[in-house]
Design a protein around this ligand. Structure first.
Ligand code: NDP
Length: 434
């Protein structure tokens, strides 16, 4: 921590992983050789650059952008781009570090990376978003490549932003190989990619519940966020018979005690994705309850799926969920629970899945998009969904293998960290000190 005093999110992510790895490395000392752990916490490369662009009023705007190329030990750097005013180097380093283990867990050959900018797409016109994306690509394109680094979407980067960036990238490189995932279907995207992270999170929770002899049918589920991951997590949970009682955004929580039905969810998706509206206005329009300024975790549920952002669920929230009788928490977002909240979940022996295991379905499907592009063909919805489902089951199995406690319960944090680590570490040891 003396090296990175101003990077609390990065230190938090490293601490969580090292807490799992330390006892394992003591039992398997070959993983302490070649300064493996020291190398694993240093990104291979960090690129920081200026993005200047002209807004609709003719004024020049300046943003900061980064790409953190964390590890290519098992494949090209791979991870999303995030556009949000809170983006800084600490957040992107934590995300790139986590991504390395997550990508290893998918069993596909992808290294870890992450990038983004402090640009805020909210309230910007399509033209402004396009000019910003193009200006960003002017620099970033030289660091990318189908076998070098392949970005995708994340917070604030959806189909529109990916399209603008991928379009400019193709223009600059005169090369149409797969250098972005999350592309539109008309130019090389994969079916199921928009759904993949949310569906995958629910598939993972379904495996956890199944192992405990339960199913989603009839369970009450709270979901935070109302973006890409939250929307499709809600859709799959509803499909499986659950009652989804919340969605949220940074202004507060929409509470629907009887549960969101298919039709209501469709309206939310139209509101968020087409109108780009706020949840509070949606609640007003439809006469629903909106809990302004509050997060969803006080609402009594059986399952909680945090799908918004990092550190959105603290120890108090975790205690509340446990005392309200929650049995399962599966993270759709990256590091939504604080370290203290995770301690509460682990002590309560609740079924708790860290994001790097439960939200890996998104990047796994990005990997499937790369495969389809390389083969120049396109799988059906059902084929991709089947592979996604199989990958989530596989990740669950790896977590069970490496995370089973003496009493037979599963510590999914240890399971995910150790399983991801072993794959990356073995690859690093074989490739020498580079
Ligand atoms: P979106 O931009 O589509 O949605 C983000 C949602 O989270 C919005 O509802 C947003 O509300 C809310 N949110 C964002 N920042 C904050 C904040 N600081 N405080 C409160 N709420 C906030 O992003 P995604 O759905 O793609 O991503 C959500 C999470 O899932 C992130 O942690 C991301 O890293 C993770 N993830 C995403 C994957 C993907 O495939 N998209 C893959 C794996 C993980 P508001 O509109 O008010 O900002």
């Amino acid at each position: 921590s003396a090296r990175d005093p101003h990077q609390p999110e990065f230190l938090q992510a490293v601490k969580e992983v090292m807490t799992s790895l330390w006892p394992f490395v003591e039992q398997h000392p070959r993983y302490a050789e070649q300064a493996l752990l020291e190398r694993l916490v240093e990104p291979e490369r960090v690129i920081q650059f200026r993005v200047s662009w002209i807004d609709d009023a003719g004024h020049t705007q300046v943003n900061r952008a980064w790409r953190v190329q964390h590890s290519n030990a098992i494949g090209p750097f791979k991870g999303g781009m995030r556009f949000h005013p809170s983006v800084n180097l600490s957040i992107l380093k934590f995300l790139a570090f986590e991504q390395t283990f997550k990508n290893a867990l998918t069993t596909l050959p992808m290294g870890g990376g992450k990038g983004g900018s402090d640009f805020d797409p909210k309230g910007k016109s399509d033209g402004e978003v396009m000019r910003f994306c193009q200006a960003l690509m002017f620099e970033l394109h030289r660091h990318l490549g189908a076998d070098t680094d392949v970005p995708a979407g994340d917070i604030g980067v959806g189909a529109r932003e990916v399209g603008f960036m991928a379009g400019m990238l193709k223009k600059l490189t005169n090369d149409a190989s797969c250098v972005f995932t999350g592309k539109g279907m008309s130019y090389g995207g994969s079916l199921m990619r928009p759904e993949a992270t949310g569906y995958g999170t629910v598939y993972f929770a379904q495996e956890m519940l199944h192992r405990a002899g339960r199913s989603f049918d009839g369970l009450r589920v709270s979901i935070s966020g109302s973006g890409n991951v939250a929307q499709y997590a809600a859709q799959k949970a509803i499909d499986l018979g659950a009652r989804v009682v919340t969605l949220s955004d940074s202004d507060g929580t929409l509470v629907v005690p009887d549960g969101l039905g298919d039709e209501r969810l469709r309206q939310v998706m139209e509101w968020k994705n087409v109108q780009r509206g706020r949840l509070s206005a949606f609640a007003d329009k439809h006469g629903l309850h909106f809990d302004a300024g509050r997060r969803p975790w006080h609402v009594p549920v059986d399952v909680a799926l945090p799908c918004a952002t990092q550190n959105e669920l603290d120890a108090e929230d975790a205690k509340r969920l446990v005392s309200n009788g929650a049995v399962c928490v599966a993270e759709g977002a990256n590091m939504p629970s604080t370290l203290e909240a995770v301690d509460v979940f682990l002590a309560a022996r609740l079924l708790y899945a860290p994001g790097k295991a439960s939200n890996a379905g998104g990047v796994a499907t990005s990997g499937l998009e790369m495969t389809q592009n390389a083969m120049r063909l396109s799988w059906t919805h059902a084929e991709v969904d089947e592979r996604l489902h199989a990958i989530m089951k596989d990740i669950h199995m790896h977590c069970v293998r490496h995370g089973t406690r003496a009493d037979g319960t599963i510590n999914y944090v240890d399971g995910a960290n150790i399983a991801g680590f072993v794959k990356v570490a073995d690859a690093m040891l074989l490739q020498g000190v580079v």
